[in-house]
Design a protein around this ligand. Structure first.
Ligand code: NI
Length: 259
């Protein structure tokens, strides 16, 4: 089995010190490729450097909505520069988070639009973070995303109704271990209607270990196998077939070479 963890934060302090072991455990579990996601200038630089060290590891660079307030012209220039590294396969994560509002909404929107423009310019797909800001996110994407190759709603945690809107716009959805939680009926209903050619898997580690490993405080790519098994069962598919399909979807989305 060859699964791709399309959204992990391998440069975060919970995982980075043991990265060799994290990667080995991941491979042993069948998760053989990774996209490590930057969230600010420092993490972006580290994500690219880490991806350069490992085969089948890639990076995405972006400014998280939490850090939108710190986005300057210089940061954007640096981002555009890094994004042209051969190992960078997407812009992100970027988007809107009105749950925490660590940056104010207008700064978040501005940073989001600026990053969509870079993605369009460099012909890279975009990884969207959206929390309690669904209508505003879709609104911006409808206005500014027509030139962007491909768009994914990462850690999708909306309803089936919202999933239909995302699909209707031609975007993709990716699911974390949250979909395996017992109180996640809404997200499970959403996952049910997403066809495998628009669905991707991710851990968003070090956060949110999937069931039955939810108690494991630090999530890691190896645990994504549980999310894969859960979604395969939900879709009444054989795990190997499901894995093959979503891996193909991820390769297409991020334009990754076939392993
Ligand atoms: Ni993330």
């Amino acid at each position: 089995m060859e699964l791709i963890d399309t959204h992990c934060h391998l440069t975060f302090e919970q995982l980075a010190p043991d990265i060799e072991d994290v990667v080995e455990r991941s491979k042993a579990a069948g998760v053989t490729s990774w996209i490590t996601i930057g969230t600010d200038s420092r993490q972006n630089q580290q994500a690219v450097e880490l991806a350069e060290r490992f085969e089948n590891m890639y990076a995405a660079v972006g400014i998280h909505p939490h850090d939108a307030k710190d986005l300057t012209g210089r940061t954007l220039t640096k981002l555009r520069e890094l994004a042209q590294n051969i190992k960078v396969v997407a812009i992100g994560e970027t988007g809107l988070d009105f749950h925490y509002n660590l940056s104010n909404p207008s700064d978040q929107k501005r940073a989001f639009v600026q990053q969509l423009k870079i993605a369009a310019e460099l012909n890279l797909p975009v990884i969207v973070h959206c929390r309690e800001a669904f209508d505003e996110t879709v609104d911006i994407l409808e206005r500014f995303a027509s030139d962007v190759r491909k768009i994914v709603f990462h850690c999708f945690s909306g309803s089936a109704e919202q999933a239909k809107i995302v699909l209707g716009n031609g975007f993709y959805l990716s699911f974390t271990g949250v979909v395996t939680f017992k109180n996640a009926a809404d997200i499970q209903q959403a996952a049910e209607i997403v066809p495998v050619d628009r669905l991707m898997l991710e851990t968003d580690c070090p956060y949110m270990s999937p069931e039955p490993m939810r108690k494991q405080k630090i999530n890691e790519p190896a645990l994504m196998i549980h999310t894969a098994a859960f979604l395969a069962a939900l879709k009444q598919m054989d795990l190997a077939d499901f894995a093959r399909a979503v891996t193909a979807t991820s390769r297409t989305f991020f334009n990754l070479p076939t392993a």
